[in-house]
Design a protein around this ligand. Structure first.
Ligand SMILES: [Zn+2]
Length: 120
């Protein structure tokens, strides 16, 4: 999982109240977003006070990150991670089969719920 010490400026105002409640497959998406935000906040210290990650979770099969962003660059980094989660297996990080809203889980074939329709 993610060690907050990797991104000291991102977690300066605390960690999300539920921690990081997503599968291992999405950790690298979060890490990429936090890396961008860490750099942005160091270069723009005026945003450090207002930035706060509120909650991170999986909702309807996609990553949801709730934050007080305060800057467009931060929102973009988080949006990108959320967009990519719809195409990334939450279990292993592999390319996901098409996300279906009824399955509530984004996954590759191997980790897909039985409700996913297999391709021909
Ligand atoms: Zn998988």
């Amino acid at each position: 999982m993610i060690n907050p010490e990797e991104f000291p400026t991102v977690f300066k105002n605390g960690i999300p109240h539920n921690g990081f409640r997503v599968g291992k497959g999405w950790v690298e998406l979060l890490r990429a977003a936090f890396g961008k935000i860490e750099i942005f906040l160091r270069e723009h210290p005026e945003y450090q006070e207002s930035f706060k990650l509120v909650e991170i979770k999986s909702k309807f099969g996609v990553l949801r990150v709730y934050a007080q962003a305060g800057a467009e660059a931060i929102s973009e980094a988080l949006d990108q991670a959320m967009d990519l989660s719809g195409r990334t297996c939450e279990t292993c990080g592999d390319v996901a089969y098409e996300h279906t809203s009824t399955a509530y889980y984004t996954s590759c074939f191997e980790h897909g719920p039985k409700t996913l329709i297999q391709p021909d």
